[in-house]
Design a protein. Sequence first.
Length: 251
Amino acid sequence: MLDLERQQKILALLIARNTIKMQDIIDETGASESTIRRDLQKLERAGKLKRLHGGATILQKKLDEPTIAEKTTKNSHEKHQIAKKAAEFVEDGDCIFLDAGTSTIEIIPYLKGKDVVVVTNGLMNIPLLMELEVETHVIGGYVKSGTGAFIGRSAIKTLETFRFDKAFLGVNGISINGDCTTPDPQEAFIKEYTIERSKQSFLLADHSKFGEVSFSTFAKVEDVTVITSSLIEKEYSQELIKHTNLEVVTL
């Protein structure tokens, strides 16, 4: 079992049970006690759980995730302009990863006429890419109904076969200390693994995402270039610019 897959399994068990014993994790994953201890240490450092004597407990409840329809209508003009800026970084010959989401999908019209290869986990992205005759690869897994994202073991296994020049990712919340978060641990693992396999990673975030915190952390702002708009509060822009490349679109 892959490290990411095993840690995903641990988080899924915690979401279901709130608290779990070390032996139960060993039985469920087939991993050694020393391996599970390292996993729990890593997940605790990431703020995803709290270790207990002989086990672990959930740190916070999973936040409700907005539906596709809700996210599509929210800050739509701002998302469009952010996506337009993001597309400027795409060059002929690039292999890019395009995340599922209502911000990243706005990049697709700007790929028209570009010589690129796209890998995506977004169900909604596929027909638009096909219409533009963009070479498209879809990762495996099962489709999450709320977001149209492909997730799960098969998705991670497919990602192992790719390397990306650039990755374009969505986000549900960016904390003041620079944690990039999303509600679903499985989607978080896809994002985290994609960043690891990309030369450059871009996070598309409208102003409403700053100061929000969701359940699962998948990156620090230091790991990505953040693309946002001039609607971002000054407090966040001043802090972010200390730690990451910040691209701001004027609205």
